[in-house]
Design a protein around this ligand. Sequence first.
Ligand SMILES: *Cc1c(COP(=O)(O)O)cnc(C)c1O
Length: 393
Amino acid sequence: MTEQQHSTEHSWKGSGFETRAIHAGYEPDPMTGAVIPPIYATSTYKQDGVGGLRGGYEYSRSANPTRTALEGAIAALEEGERGFAFASGLAAEDTVIRSICKPGDHAVIPDDAYGGTFRLFDKVEKVWGLDHSPAAVSDVDAVRAAIQPGRTKLVWIETPTNPLLNIGDIEALAAVAHEAGAMLVVDNTFASPYLQQPLTLGADVALHSTTKYCGGHSDVVGGAVVVRDLELAERVTFHQNAMGAVPGPFDSFLTHRGLKTLGVRMDRHCDNAEKVVEFLTGHPRVEQVIYPGLEEHPGHAVAARQMKRFGGMVSFRVTGGEAAALAVCEKAEVFTLGESLGGVESLIEHPGRMTHASVAGTDLEVPADLVRLSVGIETADDLVADLDRALGG
Ligand SMILES: *Cc1c(COP(=O)(O)O)cnc(C)c1O
């Protein structure tokens, strides 16, 4: 089947973000007028004679209409040509890595990559034959120095990074990757397409764990990839089908439903994060607040240039070391103690013992007094009061 057969009729290019979020990827069903894509719980499709596919659909690993709608929507939000949905963020990553690289190649990865991304490169792709070198995404020269000319085919970054919220200059890093004949993949999970569109800054791939802000309600695991080059799109199409890590129709439906409110949710996440940052800054029991929106943050100028706002993730260091940081996590009540991020509910966690426990003792180790917040969209005063209580204020 070809993309032509799956594309929606109306192009929403040039429309505003929220209009694209609500309309791109789907035209009301011609038969019933349903304004929302039905959950097409079907694995196969009746053919009108051998090879006579209706709308290009033949088998739901290759394509399913509920998934097609989601893929069209995410492509429109990232201002790319083609979108692809996956069963998880990591499934999206594996598919992209193997669409771009082959055994014997080399990749540059963040020295503070998401733990699962590091594990994928270090324990899975390496065995398959792809080598990697870590470099700080905030240091363009370090990334350039980590590139092995002729062998590096992939530069992988996150920005902001997790949990230290370091910022990579997407435009500069795209130039560095392209000079070396490599592609730049940006894991855009923390910013979401509302705050940052890597493809418009020169990246080749924008990637998401849609489990986080895109889905936004902590009720579905998923991943997405958006590309602007049609030749790369062909390779990802092939690998998506050949590797088969696709989401089912119900997961696709939930993620697509989440995407429609991404803009309004992100603005509230940012409003609330700003209020939390203001409260934490100068609190006697807080050693340091880490947020790209703060002028003293080393990546502030780059973030201000490439992001619409500074996001809903906030990290801070608690006076009194690890025990004090753990106590804050345990005393919070509105902030739920848990991993993950990007949902409507606020979450608090201790990266050293939770999300980043697997990197203890390596170069990726995070400070023991660090607490990470995923600031949700509850009433801001309640979030501040909860932190005040948890800090023993
Ligand atoms: C969660 C996350 C992933 C992995 O996504 P899953 O959906 O959990 O597989 C990748 N990158 C970042 C930045 C993440 O936060």
